[in-house]
Design a protein around this ligand. Structure first.
Ligand code: NAP
Length: 345
């Protein structure tokens, strides 16, 4: 089976990761690329300032970049769209595309918390795709919109899902986030070198709210949030890729560090082409995971954890994920694979 996919915002940091990750995909074939009007009608190799560490696939390099609109996609057959547009742009165009019948798997932050939009990590809450029925009824769409969470949220939430069996009550997290998370034009070298930035606009709120939705339940097409309290402090540091996070999780059953180690390491995966066999790898070494050494585990799709200890504020551990792979393009692709697997595409 071949699934014909389009990438919206294909020239950006996340868009380039889509192109790279889809190069050898077993079923997804890139059939359209879009970007801003400034890039439209250019060949992809001229429009994208290519910065990922493998060459642009030959067939993509010469593909024409389209404008991002329903009309610009009319002459191409597409089964699925991946979106890595700025959220201000996505807020207008994604609903138009869904109304026109497209199924969109999106990275952008608009509508992530809407009650009828699935916000999914396939290993955590695949059943939230049921919200598509509600979405179609309420919005009158023939297509569908599914979101993946923010990159800092997706790094932590699978570990919390693994620990929920102990009664998750309160979580404190501090992040050390890579510069690629801000996009190519996000942070200048003058700002970040020899420095750390203790504020990332809106990021704390995203971690605090999206986590509760991801860990929540969907019953009869209705969403209820998990009642865990999450408090986050988000920091930008001078790593290129890979968000490292220090988590303190208060668990009702007060499990030992050994029991938490076992729960994280045995967290079950999902059978999808881009999913790692084991979603979480747990290190024994206290000084791992580290961004430079560990971000590419499982082709960038595995989450790493380590440094487990019992503290007065609950279990403390560190976790890490590649922010533009597991935290963005890879997350959307995994959601696309889930949509295809469940017959929505
Ligand atoms: P980026 O590097 O700035 O790329 C933005 C893309 O959108 C480019 O292809 C750009 O095309 C296109 N675009 C800009 N304005 C447009 C317009 N008016 N109409 C149509 N296309 C337009 O940003 P990014 O880092 O890839 O992030 C993309 C999205 O993913 C954002 O919503 C971001 O919040 C989210 N996200 C990013 C990360 C991350 O780690 N970077 C993680 C999770 C989620 P041109 O090249 O023509 O300007």
């Amino acid at each position: 089976m071949s699934v014909r996919v389009g990438i919206l915002g294909a020239t950006g940091a996340v868009g380039q990761r889509f192109v790279q990750l889809l190069e050898d995909h077993p079923t997804f074939d890139i059939a359209a690329l879009t970007a801003s009007p400034a890039s439209a009608d250019k060949r992809y190799r001229n429009a994208a300032k290519w910065r990922v560490n493998t060459p642009i696939p030959d067939d993509i390099a010469t593909m024409r970049v389209r404008e991002t609109s329903v009309e610009a996609l009319e002459d191409v057959d597409l089964d699925l769209l991946f979106s890595s547009l700025p959220s201000s742009v996505a807020a207008d165009i994604e609903p138009e595309l869904c109304e026109a019948g497209y199924v969109v798997s999106s990275n952008s932050s608009n509508e992530r918390m809407a009650e009828d939009i699935p916000l999914t990590i396939p290993e955590v809450n695949a059943d939230h795709l049921d919200l598509i029925e509600t979405q179609r009824e309420e919005r009158g769409w023939d297509g569908a919109l599914v979101k993946n969470p923010n990159c800092s949220t997706i790094t932590m939430v699978p570990t919390l899902a693994a620990l929920d069996r102990f009664g998750l009550s309160r979580v404190h997290v501090a992040t050390l986030q890579a510069v690629s998370g801000a996009g190519y034009s996000g942070v200048t070298s003058m700002e970040i070198l020899d420095n750390a930035l203790p504020h990332i606009g809106g990021e704390e709120e995203k971690m605090e709210t999206e986590s509760r939705k991801l860990l929540g339940d969907v019953d009869d097409g209705e969403l209820s949030l998990h009642d865990v309290e999450v408090s986050a402090s988000c920091n930008r540091v001078a790593t290129l890729d890979g968000h490292l996070e220090n988590v303190f999780a208060e668990l009702e059953e007060n499990p030992s560090a050994e029991a938490v180690h076992e729960a994280l390491g045995s967290f079950e995966g999902i059978d999808l082409p881009s999913a790692p066999d084991h979603p979480i790898h747990v290190f024994e070494e206290p000084d791992r995971p580290q961004p430079r050494l560990d971000r590419m585990r499982g082709k960038g799709m595995q989450i790493s954890a380590g440094g487990l200890r019992e503290t007065a504020a609950g279990i403390q551990y560190n976790c890490l994920a590649h922010n533009t792979i597991r935290g963005a393009a890879g997350a959307s692709i995994l959601n696309g694979e889930l949509l295809a697997n469940e017959g929505w595409v």
